[in-house]
Ligand binder design. Structure first.
Ligand code: RIB
Ligand code: CA
Length: 299
């Protein structure tokens, strides 16, 4: 069993990763913390609350976090994820976010669950950085941090920078230099795992998780008529949490460029350092894990 807090900016692929997490009995989800990124914080927080409600888990707390990065402003991903941050409209909920802000929620979880706690970060790393800066002892309490972000080669915002890191490179440096055992799952591997527009038989929609995932992805393909594939970045990160063997890694020190045309570039120096960087993926196993975890187990 892994005790987890998921930091997220839903976001269509975050939504799929959350479906997988809720369907994974290996994970004990203590809460979600939301951050701006794919959409402004009000949207990502509302989406997190509505996703949990739709998936039958309104009891899981959602703590709202950063509406802007440590420096500058987020460049939102509405053009990719849709006007509200999702390609579908979910039923509004009456409940609101947790009284604690995200960084305080993470700090509280660190002191409560300590060496058992894994943070899974699916958006810009602002909340995690705030928590580490406000409570330095957190770095010695956490079991590990899983980061969806970065790349050894390439980018999806600029030729050098991946979206989550690009949107808060300063926060990424705080996290990668914290000394917490950290796994970086980036574009090098997640670009190899995708849904194909022409292959929609991956979900028979029998369970609530599969039904919602199919709704989101088919709406995304309608929203993006020129896109042949839908990258499964956050879902791959979640798959690697429940099936670590689907990825291969190298140990490295990761330093992030924070200015200039290469801002957000993740520069890895291999060697015995605290960041495990994903370098390879068993694509078939990864796909199978994503599909399997969309299925909501019988109650
Ligand atoms: O680059 C992919 C990442 O950026 C994913 O987390 C996606 O949700 C966006 O936030
Ligand atoms: Ca995300």
């Amino acid at each position: 069993m892994a005790t987890v807090v998921i930091d997220t900016d839903p976001g269509t692929d975050d939504a799929i990763a959350l479906i997988m997490a809720l369907n994974s009995p290996e994970l004990e989800i203590k809460g979600l913390t939301t951050v701006g990124g794919n959409a402004r914080l009000t949207h990502t927080t509302a989406n997190a609350l509505r996703l949990l409600d739709r998936l039958g888990h309104p009891e899981i707390p959602v703590a709202a976090g950063a509406s802007r990065p440590l420096r500058g402003a987020y460049e939102y991903g509405y053009g990719f994820h849709g006007s509200g941050g999702l390609t579908i409209a979910l039923r509004p909920v009456d409940s609101g976010p947790h009284p604690l802000r995200a960084a305080e929620f993470i700090i509280d979880a660190g002191s409560t669950y300590g060496p058992d706690l894994t943070l899974i970060a699916l958006g810009p790393l602002t909340n995690v950085a705030h928590a580490l800066q406000r409570q330095p002892v957190l770095a010695s309490q956490l079991h590990k941090i899983i980061v969806m972000g970065g790349a050894l080669e390439g980018g999806n915002v600029t030729p050098y920078a991946e979206f989550n890191i690009y949107n808060d490179p300063t926060a990424a440096n705080v996290v990668f230099s914290s000394g917490v055992p950290t796994t970086m799952i980036g574009l090098d591997v997640c670009r190899q795992v995708a849904f194909d527009r022409n292959k929609t038989d991956w979900s028979d929609g029998e369970t609530v998780g599969e039904e919602l995932a199919a709704e989101i992805v088919s709406a995304w393909f309608e929203f993006q008529p020129d896109q042949p594939i839908y990258d499964l970045c956050d879902p791959l990160a979640m798959a690697a949490v429940v099936e670590p063997g689907i990825l291969t890694y190298t140990q490295a020190e990761v330093v992030v460029a924070t200015s200039g045309p290469r801002s957000g570039e993740t520069r890895a120096t291999t060697g015995a350092r605290s960041v495990k960087v994903a370098t390879g993926v068993d694509v078939n196993r990864a796909h199978a894990t994503v599909l399997a975890r969309l299925k909501t187990p019988e109650a």
